[in-house]
Unconditional design. Structure first.
Length: 133
């Protein structure tokens, strides 16, 4: 039987060219990347995020995901122990010319950000018919 593996949030090492205006921790969201025949699907785990705070930008082949997490602790309570750390999210990806930038879509539900990056027509695999002579 396989042993369960614990996944910890990874704090971002650097924010590259970004200057932060907020104090606090910044995490790199755990991400799965799936390729289909027509698209690349990016699934980023971002619990606690309000979808209105997600900022996705594409500039010079860099796709960047940023989000701020607002955490409000209940009044009159004092935290004694915590296994879950709260912070903002930041992740950046380099895109190739195989992606159709005009058709990128994003959805967010239950803590999971889903980016659909459609392949450009020239990058899609196609079947080539063989003709008999």
């Amino acid at each position: 039987m396989a042993e369960a593996k614990s996944l910890q949030k990874k704090e971002a090492d650097s924010l590259e060219k970004t200057e932060r205006t907020r104090s606090g921790k910044v995490f790199t969201p755990a991400t799965d990347i799936i390729e289909t025949g027509s698209a690349i699907i990016v699934l980023a785990d971002m619990p606690g995020v309000d979808e209105k705070s997600i900022d996705i930008t594409l500039e010079d082949n860099q796709l960047t995901i940023q989000s701020n997490v607002e955490f409000e602790k209940p009044k009159d309570y004092h935290l004694l122990y915590s296994e879950y750390d709260v912070g903002d999210y930041y992740r950046s990806f380099s895109l190739s010319d195989a992606i159709d930038r005009d058709k990128i879509e994003a959805t967010y539900k239950n803590g999971l950000l889903r980016l659909t990056l459609p392949k450009a027509e020239k990058a899609k695999a196609r079947q080539i018919a063989v003709k008999a002579e």
